[in-house]
Design a protein around this ligand. Sequence first.
Ligand SMILES: C[S@@+](CC[C@H](N)C(=O)[O-])C[C@H]1O[C@@H](n2cnc3c(N)ncnc32)[C@H](O)[C@@H]1O
Length: 270
Amino acid sequence: MTNKQSRTAPPAFDTSVPHPARVYNAILGGKDNYEADRAAAEATIRAFPGNVQAALANRAFLSRAVNYLAAEAGIGQFLDIGTGLPSADNTHEVAQASAPGCRVVYVDNDPIVLAHARALLTSAEPGATSYIEADLRDPVKIIKQAERLLDFTRPVAVMLVAVLHLIADDDNPYQLVNTLLDAVPAGSYLAVSHLANDLYPERMTELARGFNEQSPVKVTLRNRAEISRFFDGLELTDPGVAQVSRWRPRSDLEAAAPAILWAGVARKPA
Ligand SMILES: C[S@@+](CC[C@H](N)C(=O)[O-])C[C@H]1O[C@@H](n2cnc3c(N)ncnc32)[C@H](O)[C@@H]1O
């Protein structure tokens, strides 16, 4: 965190250093990662041995949140920023299972995600998906390009799942979220999950230290109050800001998963 340049430089396709998308893929047991990614993944698992289950719990939150938004809140448009490599239950698959006409724009700044994006573009009619290679720190570019597929006069769910902790305080994460929310109308939603420093604090400090020692893209842990601030001015859906595994779990098993991220879903009021 001492090197601002390394925090803000966009990641190049360099397999000798870990990249967040590939480290996450390694934690989830995927095959699209390299030695440096696996070493960083192992450092996080050494610090927090439940990290594989915790990553799965975050994916399960993403799936439940999308299902809630498409099936219960009537949202038909999704802007999924910090998509990650294709995995089980990608946003469009979950959304279109409830409402086939859903449109999803995926955004990531890691070229490796772009290289695998075909799997995210498998939408059947009447829905549609597209992919933008862009950085969350340039929300104006994201909105401009997303307008090709999404209608910004109608509600949009802005998904920022496990990505805001990769935005340093110096990059004004609250301002970035506000810019995105200013572009969407009332009735739109924000869904966030974010690594915590007030859950398992000692292990999480070690997890962040181990990751940041190896990765040019640094992680910034935040506490529940700081993460709740992303929802300022919005109406939080029950149960409010909760551990990922406790956000509307579908079973006791889901609720019992170790959770190191806070999560919430909230609606933009009129
Ligand atoms: C931990 S993964 C989360 C993937 C997915 N959202 C999930 O929760 O399963 C974080 C993703 O955010 C992407 N990312 C990190 N910083 C970003 C930025 N500044 N702009 C856009 N994407 C970013 C990474 O490349 C990675 O794919």
